[in-house]
Design a protein around this ligand. Structure first.
Ligand SMILES: [Zn+2]
Length: 456
């Protein structure tokens, strides 16, 4: 069965056929780099990394062009830089580096191209000029707006009607708009804001035009797959379509795929541990593969409940897989092909829960097998299937040693705290407890001494 994807544009699951199998194109809206990324931001990076890997397997590594942009000019960035008293580039450089490090830590392959918005201002201006020429956009004293009623098919991705948008936008009065639903393509610079020269005076691009310009520049006028979070369908992706299609007269993206939300149902987790949901903090507590497994444990279109139990289960699942591989350490894997069931699951609209269950089944069969030839086949399928999903990337011994080393460190900290308490050095005892809490460890003091457990 060829790859099928649920296309938000047609609201159906469709067989994927690229325009050109020697150049399959995919675009994912990347981060706005003004702060640490949240685990919710990691979900699209990880699930569409699986899609990228699957496309590379089908069409060849050299034939898939995947662009994931960096938004390095935005209102939030300007505010963050002002608050820190730092230049904008200091903020964007720092958080771009951290984002790359965080996603690499989750086993995400670098995209083929990682365009920076600030390196494409010329393309954005050219695109806006085309839209004005064709009558889809107009200059105002505060910049340039896209005129939504000029596009007959506006709203086709999100299914929203123009009348509803007009009614919704009326609360926010903007005298420069010809229609309440119109949106900004270019914003005139206010004092102390970064700006670029343009035919409409100094200013900066709106967020939506950035993606249209970068996708057009690197992937062409019509791209195969456009991916992103469900929350971007409106207005961001709707506006990307409007800008690109009105400028080129061609379809912007053929398949639109969107991932669901990540929910924090467990109030306790966020209350007791504050900003525990940041990727870099979670990585200090859990191996990257545990976080990756957790992110892939639900179907990408479904909401994902994020809680400590999910991380415990993901860790236990990976331990089980690594143990199965460790048991047959001396057996050379036969073949490098994933099992047909795993490929079938991924090609069925990226059914990662089914693919993970298949890995589990292979590990169980491997644990039961006493036949060397069968073990070699199962081990080959397990490693290749896990590899395609970016899992089981370390040696089993290193995986278990990492966990043991960490447990030994925590034991030593708990013992040091017990000693500090015995010496009535309360400041030191508190300091150690704080350090353990930051690592996601809770200490329980009882009559028989102190024990500890992980809390996520
Ligand atoms: Zn975008």
């Amino acid at each position: 069965m060829p790859l099928h994807l649920t296309n938000t544009l047609t609201r159906t699951k469709e067989a994927f056929k690229p325009q050109d199998p020697t150049r399959v194109t995919m675009y994912l809206c990347g981060p706005t780099v003004y702060d640490y990324a949240h685990i919710g931001n990691a979900r699209p990076a990880v699930v569409f990394d699986v899609l990228f890997r699957l496309l590379r397997r089908t069409y060849g590594d050299a034939h898939v062009v995947y662009a994931r942009n960096i938004t390095d000019v935005d209102d939030k960035i300007i505010v963050a830089a002002a608050q820190r008293g730092e230049p904008i580039s200091a903020v964007t450089d720092k958080f771009t580096r951290i984002y790359r490090d965080d996603t690499a830590g989750l086993g995400v392959l670098p995209p083929t191209i990682e365009p920076l918005a600030t390196a494409h201002i010329g393309q954005m201006i050219a695109l806006i000029e085309r839209l004005i020429e064709k009558g889809y956009a107009y200059a105002t004293p505060t910049g340039v707006n896209f005129h939504v009623p000029a596009m007959a098919t506006y709203g086709k991705l999100s299914g929203r009607a123009l009348e509803d948008l007009e009614a919704g936008a009326r609360v926010e009065v903007d005298a420069t708009k010809r229609n309440p639903a119109d949106f900004a393509l270019w914003k005139a610079a206010k004092p102390d804001e970064p700006y670029w020269e343009s035919p409409w005076g100094p200013g900066r691009p709106g967020w939506h035009i950035e993606c249209s310009a970068m996708a057009g520049e690197h992937l062409g006028e019509t791209i195969d797959i456009h991916a992103g979070g469900h929350d971007l369908i409106f207005p961001h992706h709707e506006n990307e379509i409007a800008q690109s299609e009105c400028a080129t007269g061609k379809p912007f993206a053929r398949y639109w795929v969107h991932n669901g939300f990540l929910n924090f149902g467990d109030e306790k987790m966020s209350k007791s541990l504050g900003n525990v949901a940041l990727i870099h903090e979670l990585r200090a507590r859990w191996p990257g593969e545990v976080l990756r497994w957790a992110l892939l444990s639900a179907h990408y279109r479904a909401p994902l409940e994020w809680n400590p139990a999910l991380l415990e289960q993901s860790k236990a699942a990976l331990d089980r897989l690594y143990r199965a591989v460790q048991r047959v350490g001396a057996v050379a894997p036969a073949g490098r092909e994933p099992s047909p069931a795993l490929i079938e699951a991924l090609e069925d609209d990226l059914a990662t829960p089914r693919a993970l269950a298949e890995l589990f089944g292979l590990a169980s069969a491997l644990n039961k097998s006493e036949d060397a030839a069968e073990q070699a086949v199962l081990k080959g399928q397990l490693l290749a299937g896990a590899g395609l999903m970016g899992l089981l990337q370390v040696e089993p011994d290193a995986w278990f040693r990492g966990a043991e080393d960490e447990a030994a460190e925590i034991d030593a900290l708990v013992a040091a705290r017990t000693a500090a308490r015995a010496a009535k050095n309360w400041a030191e005892a508190d300091r150690i407890r704080t350090e353990l809490t930051a690592r996601g460890v809770e200490i329980m003091d009882g009559a028989g001494g102190s024990t500890w457990r992980r809390i996520g």
